[in-house]
Design a protein around this ligand. Structure first.
Ligand code: C2E
Ligand code: CA
Ligand code: CA
Length: 569
C-alpha cells in the first residue's frame, strides 16, 4: 500500500501534540488521518472504521481510557492495527507496552519520543507491513513486468542462478553457511531481483519449478564446498504454495540425495506467515522434511503475528529475525527490546537465532553481546555468484580477529590464559542454581570461584578481593542485581568500575535485559546452564575490551524492577 493510502488514527489528549503529529503525517503525504482525544473514542473509531485503520498513534496517558487499556481492547477484539506509541521515552513503560502488545499479538511499530522528528516518523512508518517504504531491498523492486510464460521459459533455459550470502557465527566470526537467493541472469536485463518473478510464480502456482532448480543448485554447491573441506549449510527458500503439494517433501529429499548431499547440510527457510499455516498438508510436509533430516528455519520472524504455540507445532531449528528490526537497532530502545525478546524466544525454543540485515559493525557487536548465534547481512557480504562465493570462502579472514589490535591481543591472551587464573564471584540466592554454577565452573577449571547469596555480601567481598568477573542473578533478596551493577558502574563499591559482569537472566525478562544493557553488562547467561556455553561466554566476556562510560552516565538509570518482581512471584 502506498504511504499516502495508509489510514491512521492519532489518539492524544493534548491538542497541540496531536496537531503536531497530524501535520507531520500530512507532510509525509498521508491523507486519511483521523483524530481522537482518548482511548474510548479511539476504540469506537477503530471498531467502525471502514476501510479499517492501518496504524494507530497512541499516547499512553489519556483520560477515560488510557493507552494500555486501549491496547488490551484491540488485542481481545483482534484488530490487526499496527501501533506507534506517542510518549516521553520511558524505557520501563515501553518494555511493558512491548510485552503487552506481544501478548495480544499487536504489532508495535515503535515509539515516538518528544520532540518528534520527521525522520524518526518516516522510519517508523517504514516498519509498517502496510507500506512499501520498508527498508531496501524489499522497498525497491525493479520495474519489470514479466509474464509467467517468460519467467518459466527462463527457468527452462536455466537462466536462474542462486546468489549466495554468507551466514556467520556471531560469536566466533566463522562462516557457517550461506543462503541461496534466486537471481535471473536475464540475457537482456542483466541480474533481475526475485521481486520481479517470485510473486508472479507464486500467484500462478508455478513456483515449484524454480524451487527445484534452486535446490539442485544449492545441493551441488554444498557438495563442491564439502569437497573443498568446507562443511557449510546451504539454505534455500520455500514458498507456502509449494507446501500444499503432497509430494513436495519427497521431491525435495530426492533432489538433495541425488546430488549426493546429506540433507543435514540443507536448511529450508519458510516465512513466518507460512509457518503459521493451519493447512494439514503443509504441516505434514514440514514434519516429513524434518524427519528426512532438513533443518527448518522461520524466515522474516517478527513480521507476522505467530505465537509460541504455533511455532512449537513445527520442528524448527532456526529463527531468522527480520532485517527490519536489525539495522541500527542498537540505538533504538524499542527495536532493542524486540530483538532481545526474539533472541530469548529462540533460546527458549532451544533453536538458533539468526539476525538478517546486519549492516554495520555496531549491529554485529550488539547482536554478539546479546548472544545471537548467527548473522547475515551486508556487513559480512552481499549475495554473490557461486564463483565469487568460492573465492570469498577461500580468502575469508575472520573479521572477529581483525576488529582492532586490542581485540586480537585479548583474544590471543585469553586463549593462552588458564581458567584457574580468573577470580569469579557468583551472586545468586537460589541455592540450587548457585551450586550448579559452582560445580560447572569447577569442572571447567575455574578454581578461584566464590559464591554469595545476596548483593550486600558481594559488596562486602569487593573490599577484600578484586574479581575479574561477577556473575549475578537479577532477583536477589536484598538489593536487586541491576542495582548492584549500577553501584559497581557508578564507583560506589570497591569493585573496579570496569569489572566484567554477566547477568543470569530468565527467559522472558526483556525489560531487565534492556536495563542491564544500558548498564553495559558484558554478557547474559540464560537457564538452563550448559557447561560449554558458560565456558564460551566467559572466554568471550574476558577477551572483549570492556566499554564502560564515566560513572556519571549511569547515575540516572532507574533500576527499579518492582513490577517484574511482582509478576514473578
Ligand atoms: P529473504 O529470504 O528475506 O532474503 C533476504 C533478502 O535481504 C535478500 O534480498 C538479501 O539480498 C537482502 N539482504 C541481505 N542482507 C541485507 C542487508 O544487510 N541489508 C539489506 N537492506 N538487505 C539485505 P533478495 O535477494 O532481493 O531476496 C528477496 C526475497 O525474495 C527473499 O527474502 C525471499 O523471500 C525471496 N526469494 C529469494 N530467492 C528465493 C527462492 O529461490 N525461492 C523463494 N520462494 N523465494 C525466494
Ligand atoms: Ca530467506
Ligand atoms: Ca528473511
Amino acid at each position: 500500500m502506498p504511504i499516502h493510502d495508509l489510514r491512521v488514527l492519532v489518539t492524544e489528549d493534548d491538542r497541540l501534540q496531536r496537531s503536531i503529529v497530524v501535520e507531520m503525517l500530512r507532510s509525509l503525504g498521508l491523507n486519511a488521518i483521523s483524530e481522537a482525544t482518548n482511548g474510548e473514542e479511539a476504540l469506537d473509531m477503530i471498531r467502525h472504521a471502514n476501510p479499517p485503520i492501518n496504524i494507530l498513534f497512541c499516547d499512553l496517558k489519556m483520560p477515560k481510557m488510557d493507552g494500555m487499556e486501549l491496547l488490551r481492547h484491540l488485542g481481545t477484539e483482534h484488530f490487526h492495527v499496527e501501533v506507534v506509541i506517542l510518549s516521553a521515552m520511558d524505557k520501563k513503560l515501553l518494555a511493558v507496552v512491548n510485552k503487552v502488545s506481544s501478548l495480544y499479538e499487536i504489532k508495535l511499530l515503535g515509539a515516538l519520543e518528544k520532540p518528534l522528528s520527521l525522520q524518526k516518523l518516516k522510519h517508523i512508518l517504514s516498519q509498517s507491513g502496510n507500506t512499501p517504504i520498508a527498508p531496501a531491498p524489499k522497498a525497491a523492486p525493479q520495474q519489470f513486468n514479466f509474464s509467467v510464460e517468460e519467467i518459466l521459459e527462463g527457468i527452462r533455459q536455466k537462466q536462474f542462478k542462486p546468489f549466495l550470502q554468507p551466514k556467520v557465527d556471531l560469536q566466533t566470526g566463522q562462516v557457517v553457511g550461506a543462503e541461496a537467493l534466486a537471481r535471473w541472469l536475464h540475457p537482456e536485463h542483466g541480474i533481475v531481483s526475485p521481486y520481479a518473478f517470485i510473486p508472479k510464480l507464486e500467484e500462478s502456482g508455478q513456483i515449484d519449478s524454480l524451487t527445484y532448480l534452486m535446490l539442485e543448485e544449492s545441493a551441488s554447491i554444498c557438495r563442491t564446498l564439502l569437497g573443498k573441506n568446507h562443511a557449510l549449510h546451504i539454505a534455500a527458500n520455500l514458498s507456502l504454495v509449494s507446501l500444499t503439494d503432497p509430494l513436495i517433501a519427497e521431491k525435495i529429499t530426492s533432489i538433495v540425495k541425488a546430488a549426493g548431499v546429506d540433507t543435514k547440510y540443507i536448511t529450508l527457510e519458510i516465512t513466518e506467515s507460512a509457518a503459521m499455516t493451519e493447512a494439514p498438508q503443509a504441516l505434514e510436509n514440514l514434519a516429513r522434511l524434518y524427519m528426512n533430516g532438513f533443518t527448518l528455519s522461520i524466515d522474516d520472524y517478527g513480521t507476522g503475528y505467530s505465537n509460541l504455540q504455533q511455532l512449537t507445532r513445527i520442528a524448527f531449528g532456526e529463527l531468522k529475525i527480520d532485517q527490519s528490526f536489525i539495522h541500527g537497532f542498537a540505538n533504538n530502545e524499542a527495536m532493542l527490546i524486540v530483538v532481545a525478546a526474539n533472541i530469548d524466544m529462540a533460546h527458549k525454543l532451544r533453536i538458533k537465532s539468526v539476525a538478517e540485515g546486519v549492516e554495520t559493525k555496531e549491529d554485529w557487536e550488539m547482536l554478539r553481546k546479546m548472544d545471537c548465534d548467527i548473522g547475515q547481512g551486508y556487513f559480512f557480504a552481499k549475495p554473490m555468484s557461486t564463483e565469487d562465493f568460492y573465492t570469498f570462502i577461500d580468502n575469508y579472514r575472520n573479521q572477529l580477529l581483525e576488529v582492532s589490535p586490542t581485540a586480537v591481543h585479548h583474544y590471543i591472551k585469553t586463549t593462552t590464559k588458564t581458567n584457574s587464573e580468573f577470580k569469579i564471584l557468583i551472586v545468586e540466592d537460589d541455592e540450587f542454581t548457585r551450586n550448579t554454577i559452582l560445580q560447572i565452573l569447577n569442572s571447567l577449571g575455574y578454581l578461584q570461584t566464590t559464591a554469595v547469596k545476596d548483593a550486600q555480601s558481594a559488596i562486602a567481598l569487593f573490599e577484600e578481593v578484586q574479581f575479574n568477573l561477577i556473575i549475578t542473578d537479577i532477583f536477589l533478596p536484598d538489593i536487586n542485581g541491576l542495582e548492584l551493577i549500577k553501584r559497581i558502574r557508578t564507583d560506589r563499591t570497591f569493585a573496579k568500575p570496569n569489572t566484567r559482569i554477566i547477568v543470569l537472566s530468565g527467559l522472558t525478562q526483556t525489560k531487565a535485559v534492556g536495563l542491564a544493557m544500558t548498564l553495559n553488562v558484558n554478557g547474559f547467561l540464560a537457564k538452563p546452564l550448559i557447561p560449554n556455553v558458560i565456558d564460551r561466554k566467559i572466554k568471550n566476556v574476558m577477551s572483549e575490551p570492556t566499554r564502560v562510560q564515566a560513572s556519571i552516565a549511569y547515575e540516572t538509570i532507574n533500576t527499579d524492577i518492582q513490577d517484574i518482581l511482582i509478576s514473578k512471584s
